[in-house]
Design a protein around this ligand. Sequence first.
Ligand code: CA
Length: 545
Amino acid sequence: MNKRKNRVTMLMLVLVMVIGLVLGCGAPVEETPVEEAPVEKSSYDYEQELNILDDNYRNYYEIFVGSFYDSDGDGMGDFNGITEKLDYIEDLGFNGIWLMPIMPSPSYHKYDTTDYKAVDENYGTMDDFRKLVDECHKRNIRIIIDLVVNHSSNEHPWFTEASAYLKTLSADEEPDLNECPYVDYYHFSKDSQGASYASVSGTDWKYEAVFYYTQPDLNWSNESLRKEFEDILDFWVSDVGIDGFRVDAAAHFEENDTAYNTEVLSWIYQVCKEKNPDFYMVSEVWSAKSTIASYYESNTDSMFNFDAAQAEGKIIKAANSGNVEAFVNAMVGYEEEFGSVYPDYIDAPFITNHDMVRVANSLMSDENKLKMAAGLLMTMNGNPFVYYGEEIGMKSFGSEDENKRLPMQWSATDTAGMTDGPAGSKKDVEYSFPAVDEQLSDPSSLLNYYKRAIRIRNENPEIARGHVEAVSDLCDGKNAAITKTYEGSTIGIVYNANEEEITLNLSGTALSEMNIRGYLTTDSSVVTLEEGKLTLPARSICILK
Ligand code: CA
């Protein structure tokens, strides 16, 4: 510093002191000793920077298009409605969307396709859908759609032509595939009997239809059928630009034939992966954990984790009973069992989907338990899938599928976007929890719990991707802890499922050097860490690093 600057600085200091004296601020203040109070920071005070990696690990939101948001007032949810609600989905922290079937279909649920290269006009035009895809990509949201290829609709031209051809044959005449190649796209037979076969009316011919007579099973051994699908997959992946498929009924291509079915999955995956190296695929194998594990022999990204789902699954069970130690052991087990078959697997945990009774039913609308279930899901590895409406605690009614797919509750006072729901579904439903608009403005709502949980997930890449180890010293029934390590970075997750506050001593454990990085509590109560003692309120989850 030169002399001139020095002098100026001195002059300014004097000036400041004089002003201070005049204003009475210069008087000496007696320092009162401050007691060391425990640092009580709210969950939101711990907000960290987002650290969202641009890979196939995503937080997915499952949408039944017809019941989500109606943009044009005809009572039917549509593509433009989803585009309008992308702010909502993005604000919750989801960066992936799975749309239930969108291809033309005679049914309300559309799990029976009549045209594999179009969209159902009830949901909008192909241009509307392309716009939705573009808008998702602008927000770095990936969009995957249902691919229903175990069966087509019985109104698909392949099937109607094949059936019409078979009707022209005399009783002892065999079909000529040169005359009608579509006969071999399905499993037509005169011999096969049983519940999984339906009849071609007016003939002795039957066809395999495992789910329902309107859903004839396709024959994936037929090379011409595969050629058709090469073209279909190219259309969706290369032309329309979707990011992946959710493959329906993958265990049924050939009933319980894992080798056959995994070959079909691998084939679909390879065709799509050649078009887009970032392509993602998740398949539905609604079976026991060991069967799900065997489907990773397909070397495709994800299988839905049915072991964690539903009322009897690991998540709801832990939320209900409080046994988070069992939950932690399950997480360790998934990594061992799935990872040993396919090391690059991405688990796809979920609590419910469109085929299941909703979470609020299973947990008797106990808000604390619903929050705990959400917290457990959002601390699992892989890609969590949340069925629309679970974030506001919607209910289902009975066993009818229509009543598991009811209109999204946007508002109790504003009818904008409200859909009519499937034909024949329950109307005038009373829910235990308020609609979206009300929950958004309540900091301790279930919706804001989801939002906070997903935020924490988006701050810590270790949660989705890390290698899991139980911290056995801290695991004891209703409390449990794990570490997750990803690319050299380790975080800790501590669960308290007790109905009262507990204090855990972290010293001597893998978490002893860590600090609080974020936490989830069911209300405004706080988590504190003092001299290695972590105090967790009832039903809380803490992330440490
Ligand atoms: Ca509409």
